[in-house]
Design a protein around this ligand. Structure first.
Ligand SMILES: [Zn+2]
Length: 54
């Protein structure tokens, strides 16, 4: 699972495809379940993530 800010969401999706060889599920962070361990920052910068790519 990766976190992505608005700016880097496309790059994070590309990284996910490269790493996992499947299309990711894209969620707004606000829709994520509380039981999940959420990334503290975007994969490509230190901003808080807006999206979860998993
Ligand atoms: Zn970012």
């Amino acid at each position: 699972m990766y976190g992505a800010c608005r700016e880097h969401v496309e790059q994070v999706i590309e990284q996910f495809l490269f790493e996992y060889a499947r299309a990711p599920e894209l969620l707004m962070l606000s829709q994520a379940g509380r039981e999940e361990t959420l990334p503290a920052a975007c994969l490509f910068c230190s901003q808080p993530p807006v999206y979860l790519v998993k």
